[in-house]
Ligand binder design. Structure first.
Ligand code: GDD
Ligand code: MG
Length: 361
């Protein structure tokens, strides 16, 4: 089976992290998100992958290339203008002559794709949709089903009073190729708003594959941070420490897991690193700094006595001594001078520089 990974959106909700980095490349446990997706697909014996995207981001092409480094085949299907989730799949029609999987490129899950493929084959529906329960379905596509697991209604981003079920579209579909007949070529078409409702209208059978397995959409900084936290606890244990290579941690530094420390990191004396935390490759943490539940991309520098909590720093950020960040999100190359206390939840755009001692909340 082939998988089409949709990765063409603008990822606006993940800004400033995605100002310079495409959503599929943002690091999860120090690996591009897409690599986790490729591993997942491989665990379910899917190695033929089409990445449906706008322009191929340079960093994607140089990291993944034709996929051979990951024992997979990656082909690229590009759009000169965004064609929507279904338009993008139609655009990749040349790769699709057998049943195939469509995967939203921002979904991380343990849903049992192999079992889902079995259900799809057994029931022979035109589409089988993975469903997952969420607390607030209004940000997703709500899917109603009957007692036999057939989809009866698909409602994208319902208002609160339209919500009839907490089961939502998990962004994973197994499709029969004839669904492509419902998608006009070279047009902006969405599965969620256009194709699924009209397929149901036409009386075709769509099946549901509900699952309680781990599922998240990394579409916002909060969910992206939570995914890293969840995976840390799971992959290296609730108190575990993992070092990815040469590192220099001063004996007086306190490191409480789960913490993942990238290659070449330096943690100076009297620092506290409290998990779940990830330090990307080459981070420098100066004397007495405190980092709690945070995620640092590569080459960040945290000054003496600075404190970070629940924050995400993209690559090459600098936080000066004694500065305080709580639930902040910094784009690449942000410079926070020393002695600043950023407002809780601040988002700072790439390259911005805040002089020392100018912000205090
Ligand atoms: N190639 C291409 N072209 N990909 C696109 C386009 C496009 O024009 N538009 C969106 N995508 C990709 C995005 O990159 C993302 O991986 C996926 O399609 C879904 O788009 P999002 O923008 O993330 O949608 P959403 O999260 O609001 O809602 C979707 O996902 C939910 C689950 O996370 C819908 O499918 C909902 O029904 C679903 O519940
Ligand atoms: Mg999404």
């Amino acid at each position: 089976m082939r998988a089409v990974i949709l990765s063409g959106g603008k990822a606006t909700r993940l800004r400033p992290l995605t100002c310079n980095t495409s959503k599929v490349m943002i690091p999860v446990l120090n690996r591009p998100f897409l690599q986790h997706l490729v591993w997942y697909l491989k665990r379910h014996n899917i190695v033929d992958i089409t990445l449906a995207t706008g322009k191929i981001p340079d960093e994607v092409e140089s990291y993944f290339g034709d996929g051979s480094r990951f024992d997979a085949t990656i082909e690229y299907s590009t759009e000169s203008v965004p064609l929507g989730t279904a338009g993008a799949v139609k655009n990749a029609e040349r790769f699709l002559d057998r049943p195939f999987v469509v995967f939203n490129g921002d979904v991380f899950t343990d849903i049992d794709l192999t079992a889902m493929m079995d259900v799809h084959q057994r029931r022979g529906a035109i589409a089988t949709l993975a469903l997952t329960p969420v607390d607030d379905p209004t940000a997703y596509g709500v899917v109603e089903t009957d007692d036999e697991g057939r989809v009866t209604r698909f409602l994208e981003k319902p208002s609160r009073d339209e919500v009839t079920s907490n089961l939502i579209n998990a962004g994973i579909y197994i499709l029969r190729p004839d669904i492509l007949n419902y998608i006009p070529p070279n047009a902006f078409v969405m599965f969620e708003r256009d194709v699924f409702p009209s397929v149901l209208e036409a009386g075709e059978t769509m099946c549901a594959y509900p699952s309680d397995d781990y599922w998240t959409d990394i579409g916002t900084p909060e969910r992206y941070l939570r995914l890293n936290h969840d995976l840390l606890g799971r992959d290296i244990g609730p108190r575990g420490l993992k070092f990815e290579g040469r590192h220099d941690i001063h004996p007086s530094a306190q490191v409480e897991g789960p913490v993942l420390i990238g290659k070449g990191c330096r943690v100076a004396s009297n620092c506290t690193i409290e998990g779940p935390t990830v330090l990307g490759q080459g981070c420098q943490i100066r004397e007495g700094a405190v980092i709690q539940s945070s995620l640092l991309w590569q080459d960040c520098e945290i000054g003496r006595g600075a404190r970070l909590r629940d924050s995400i720093l993209a690559s090459s950020c600098y936080v000066g001594g004694e500065s305080l960040l709580d639930s902040c999100v910094l784009g690449d190359n942000v410079r926070i001078g020393s002695g600043n206390q950023l407002p809780q939840g601040a988002k700072i755009w790439p390259g911005k520089s805040i002089p020392r001692g100018t912000i205090s909340f």
